[in-house]
Every structure is written in structure tokens, then in C-alpha cells.
Design a protein around this ligand. Structure first.
Ligand code: G6P
Length: 615
């Protein structure tokens, strides 16, 4: 993971980089550092802790020459201390490196470098790169830094987004990518390199997304992009539409609550222009613009959805939709499993990956595996131009806007909406009737308003979070469409409030977890009035009989549930397949307030990062 920013241009480079690091802190926040040109010297300041801790050590208002780079870290190799913070440098302090990714063979490289007299200052995998470049340059003084870097790359096994500065060529910055994202913002006589678009957008909307094996060489006057053979490559500059304001907190105390509250708008934007009521179907440019893809989709008999974290839970709900209404056999697999087992894939199978960031290493690994086998690959991605978006054969963007909070909220509900769109699309190519198609479209059109209505439970959820604050263990249970909603409720509570929680199938309680239930062990039951309502009620009764406290998420107007449980949160009625979009809202709020009441940094939970670009 980790976030990198580099700046070459006339603005104060230190303040541009520090600003950019703040925008990228969601990618990792164990330690931070900066390297900048100060007179003729490249100065490095780095520290354990957050960007705020770095800022205390850096005089961002000073006057500096045209170049600086910075890094915010999520530790993989070496604990998060000052020495392991990036940038790293060689023995002679000539070569400076900021790195995102993992150098898998660093151990052997390091052993060899130490044998040859190199002195290491950190436990990181990254530092070997600086020493390797130093070695390459030893006997060939004045070799351009990009040539030295290109000589080192074949020695590295693993993934990297790498930014390099050299004291010998202090006005040049080199950025190279291999499975860790790097973007180049092309401004007016200024260039910004970053791990995502957020640090760039303040300065320019013109962006080049580097491909694997491409290197940008940037000076104050110009930039060039070369491949690993140092041949120039022509890359198109893309205009990025979303604005920086979309990624700012506004009046909210946290990105988390902002992103929970903006779900109605995010969903409006996901659905906009994509629903055809009269035809009872979905219009999805990304699946239709290539005729051969549309036709291939018609022939698909089986779908494997693979992804990580919350995205994978969205996939589990999608399976129920796709099988019930589109008639497509669907399997769901964790990307970290899919890529290492031997999935059976044939020409009637398509693989769908779901990823908010489009940069999750395991998801990309699974996607590569699917591509290797030659099957059709589909995507549901929020970040435009991200690796997954570019690698899949076809896909649908979420258009949910930037998601900054490490825990995923609006991306999840938006992913569910896109899965419903896929269901309509594939269903209408198959046996889904016009009448049922129209019904789904009608209900989907209402969903943003219903989410808005559901969000009114925020105050109630805050009170419930207060009431249940003393409890340290929770069960979340649900069935059918809401089994994965229960998983998501438990996941949110764990990651945001550090409270032990398990998601379980209501019907499975009697096969084990019921043994844990007593007055000290609350259960959150998701029990909307759907096709499994009665079954769910029986399971709820079984918990009540063991005196377990119960919070229920139920359908508005359900008078019976209040008689069984301790607290009820009502959600509006909708089509069964869409209930998770509403039922998850109180669970998100419960996790959020449980974290806030415990005084935790809910936007950046400890040990986590938003974009998991390592395995
Ligand atoms: C991290 C985030 C989760 C997210 C998961 C997958 O663990 O904290 O919120 O669900 O990665 O991320 P992706 O960007 O692929 O959806």
C-alpha cells in the first residue's frame, strides 16, 4: 500500500508534497517522510507516526527549489519507526527512493550487498533499491539516473511504484511502475507524481496513468515516458472529471460519516441513465459498446465473482440476485483463494472482479489468473482508470465518487446497485420477464430515496451504540440476501470499533454459536419481511429463550418483532433482493458510533489501509 507524492515545478514543492501526503494517508499511516532539494543538498526528514507528525519537523513555509517527494507508509517489512520510514537512500546519500509495493527477493539482494560492503540503515525491503542503483553507478559516473534505475529493475522480484531522486541530477525525478499504481499529473510547467489522483487534482486535471513497465522521467521543463528498454512511449493524457472537493470532509467530523450520509447521492449517480423502465432493463455502456462482448455475455452460463473484504461480501449478495433473476450460475470466491487454487474455467464461464480502488493486489492477482486462462473478465470498479478497470475486458463503473474512509461504506451499497444492474442486464438477455424486469427497475429507481429515509435512524443508532457500549462480543445474523449483510455488519464493527463480532447464518445458530448466547452476548438480527421472515423469527426466538440481548433490523410496520427483541430499527419496504442496501445502513452507523464513542480514529483504523496493494 503506502502513498507516494512527487512534485517538480515552481510552487513550493515541500508544501505541495505534504498536502498530497495528507490526501494519500488513507493508504497507510504508520510513518511518513519527505526528501527535497535544499540549496544543493537533498535533505530527508522522516518519522514514525502520521503526516501531522512529519509536518511538525518540516518547515513547509521555507523557500525551496523545484523538487520534492514524500511517502506515507503502511509497514510490510520492518516495524513502523523513524529508520524504516521512506525515503530511503544509499551509503553515500546520493540516491533517494520512495516505494510502494514489496520486493520479494530483498533478503538475498541485501545479503549480497552487505557482502560487498554496503551499510544498511533500515529493515525495509525498499532500501536495497537505493544500494543497487548506487552499485550500478559506481564505475560509470554521469550516467543518467533513469538508465541506472532501468539496469536495476530486472534484479527486482515483486511489485513497485517507485520514485527516485538523485543528488547527481537534482532537478530530475524518475517514477516507475510494476503492479503498484503511479499517476503523472501534467500541469502548466509543473508535474505531480502520485499513487492516486487526489494529490494531483488541486493542480491539474490532466493525468497519465502509468502502465506496468513504464517509467516517467520528469524535469521542470518537460517529461517523457519510456519503457524498460528506454524507448520513448506515447501515452495519452486523460482529463479527470471529479473535483478535489468531492474528497474533502465538508462539515462532517469524519469521512466515514460523510460517506455514509452521501449514499443516496452516490446511488443516484451509480444508477443515473442506466435504467430503462419501459423495457425493464439496464443500459450499461461498458458491456454494450463492444458488440462481441454483449454477445459473449449472452452465452455465459457461469459466473465467478472474486474480490476482497467488503467488495467480496457485496459479491455474495450479488450471487443471490444473479441466480434468482438472471438465471446465471454464480460462485463467489475470495481473490486470495481464487488465485492460488485451481479454479475450473471454461469458455462458458466469466470472471467478475469487484473492487472499489481497482488496485487491491489479491484482486488483481485473481484477475490475471482469469486472463491467463482466457475467460471473459468483467469488473465493478469505482476508481476510474485504475488497474482493474484497465485490465478487465468489460465492466461497469460505480461512479460513487472518491471513498476516503478506510472502511468501505458507500462503495458497498453502490456495488450492490451495480450488481442489480448486471442482474437486469444478464437477466433480460435470458429468461427475466419484461414484467419482473420493470418491477426491479421501479424498485431500483426508488432506492436512493429509501436510503435517504433509512439514514434518519442515525440518532437512534447513536443511542443504541451508547447502550451497548459495555459489550465486547456481538453476533450478527441474517439469512438469504442478508446473510452477507450480517457478515458486513460484523466486519464493520471489528474494523472500526475493534469489537469482536461474528457474522453468522440465522439458520446455523443452533449448530454451534447458540452455545455462547447469554445476557452478556448481544445479537443483531437482520429480519426484514421477506421470503425467510418466519424462519428468521424462529431463530430470533431461540436467542431470546437463552436471554441474549437482541437488536433487530426490521421492516417498517412490523409490529410483532418489537415484542421479541430489545431494540428495533426499522427500514422501509423494498424488493427482497434490494433489502441489503437498506439493512446495512443502520449497521454502518452502529459501527461508526461505536468507534467514535470509544474515541477511535474511525477514518483510519489501526493496522489497516484502504488500498491493499500487497498480498
Ligand atoms: C481494504 C479496505 C476494505 C475493502 C478491501 C477491498 O481491506 O479496508 O474496505 O473492502 O480493502 O478493497 P477494494 O478497493 O478492492 O474494494
Amino acid at each position: 500500500m503506502c502513498g507516494i507524492v512527487g512534485y517538480v515545478g515552481k510552487k513550493n514543492p515541500v508544501s505541495v508534497v505534504v498536502d498530497g501526503l495528507r490526501a494519500l494517508e488513507y493508504r497507510g499511516y504508520d510513518s511518513a517522510g519527505i526528501a527535497f532539494l535544499d540549496n544543493d543538498n537533498i535533505k530527508v526528514i522522516k518519522t514514525a507516526g502520521r503526516v501531522d507528525d512529519l509536518v511538525k519537523l518540516v518547515d513547509a513555509s521555507g523557500s525551496y527549489a523545484s523538487i520534492a517527494m514524500g511517502h506515507t507508509r503502511w509497514a510490510t517489512h520492518g516495524e513502523p519507526n523513524d529508520a524504516n520510514a521512506h525515503p530511503h537512500f544509499d551509503c553515500l546519500e546520493q540516491i533517494f527512493i520512495a516505494h510502494n509495493g514489496v520486493i520479494e527477493n530483498y533478503h538475498d539482494l541485501k545479503k549480497d550487498l552487505i557482502k560487498r560492503g554496503h551499510k544498511f540503515r533500515s529493515q525495509t525491503d525498499t532500501e536495497v533499491i537505493a544500494h543497487l542503483i548506487e552499485d550500478e553507478g559506481k564505475d560509470v559516473p554521469n550516467t543518467p539516473i533513469e538508465e541506472l534505475v532501468l539496469k536495476v529493475l530486472p534484479k527486482l522480484k515483486g511489485t513497485y511504484g517507485l520514485v527516485v531522486m538523485s543528488k547527481g541530477e537534482p532537478n530530475k525525478m524518475v517514477a516507475v511502475r510494476n503492479f503498484s499504481p503511479l499517476l503523472l499529473g501534467v500541469g502548466n510547467n509543473e508535474y505531480i507524481i502520485a499513487s492516486d489522483a487526489s494529490p494531483i487534482l488541486k493542480h491539474t486535471r490532466q493525468i497519465i496513468y502509468l502502465n506496468d513497465g513504464e517509467m516517467a522521467v520528469v524535469t521542470p521543463q518537460n517529461y517523457g515516458i519510456v519503457n524498460v528498454f528506454n524507448q520513448l512511449v506515447q501515452r495519452e493524457v486523460q482529463h479527470v472529471d471529479h473535483t478535489i472537493e468531492m474528497a474533502e470532509k465538508g462539515n462532517y467530523p469524519h469521512f466515514s460519516i460523510k460517506e455514509i450520509m452521501e449514499q443516496p447521492d452516490a446511488l443516484r449517480s451509480t444508477l443515473r441513465g442506466r435504467l430503462l423502465l419501459e423495457e425493464g432493463k439496464a443500459k450499461l455502456g461498458g458491456l454494450e459498446e463492444k458488440k462481441e462482448i454483449k454477445e459473449k455475455l449472452r452465452l455465459i452460463e457461469r459466473l465467478i465473482i472474486t474480490s476482497c473484504g467488503t467488495a467480496n461480501l457485496a459479491g455474495m449478495i450479488g450471487k443471490y440476485m444473479l441466480e434468482e433473476y438472471a438465471g446465471v450460475r454464480t460462485e463467489v470466491d475470495l481473490a486470495s483463494e481464487f488465485r492460488y487454487r485451481k479454479p475450473i474455467l471454461d469458455e462458458k464461464t466469466a470472471v467478475m472482479v469487484i473492487s472499489q480502488s481497482g488496485e487491491t493486489a489479491d484482486t488483481i492477482g485473481a484477475l490475471k489468473e482469469a486472463k491467463e486462462k482466457g475467460v471473459l473478465t468483467l469488473g465493478i470498479v469505482n476508481v476510474v482508470g485504475s488497474s482493474v478497470a484497465r485490465m478487465t475486458d468489460a465492466g461497469v463503473y460505480n461512479h460513487a465518487g472518491p471513498e476516503v474512509s478506510v472502511a468501505s461504506y458507500k462503495a458497498f451499497t453502490s456495488q450492490l446497485a451495480v450488481l442489480a444492474l448486471y442482474t437486469l442486464f444478464l437477466g433480460r438477455q435470458r429468461n427475466l420477464s419484461l414484467t419482473m424486469g420493470k418491477r426491479i427497475v421501479k424498485e431500483l429507481l426508488k432506492i436512493p430515496d429509501l436510503v435517504e429515509e433509512t439514514l434518519k435512524v442515525a440518532e437512534q443508532m447513536k443511542k443504541i451504540a451508547e447502550k451497548y457500549l459495555p459489550y465486547r462480543d456481538f453476533l450478527f445474523i441474517g439469512r438469504k440476501y442478508n446473510l452477507a449483510t450480517a457478515y458486513e455488519g460484523a466486519l464493520k464493527l471489528k474494523e472500526v470499533a475493534y469489537v469482536h463480532a461474528e457474522g453468522y447464518g440465522s439458520g446455523e445458530m443452533k449448530h454451534g454459536p447458540l452455545a455462547m448466547i447469554d445476557e452478556e452476548f448481544p445479537t443483531v438480527v437482520i429480519v426484514p419481511q421477506d421470503s425467510v421472515y418466519e424462519k428468521n423469527i424462529s431463530n430470533t426466538q431461540e436467542i431470546k429463550a437463552r436471554r441474549g440481548p437482541i437488536i433487530a433490523i426490521a421492516t417498517k410496520g412490523d409490529k410483532e418483532i418489537g415484542k421479541i427483541v430489545d431494540d428495533v430499527i426499522y427500514i422501509p419496504k423494498t424488493l427482497e433482493m434490494l433489502t441489503p442496501i437498506l439493512a446495512v445502513i443502520p449497521l454502518q452507523l452502529f459501527a461508526y458510533y461505536s468507534g467514535v464513542l470509544r474515541g477511535l480514529d474511525v477514518d483510519k483504523p489501526r493496522n489497516l489501509a484502504k488500498s491493499v496493494t500487497v498480498e
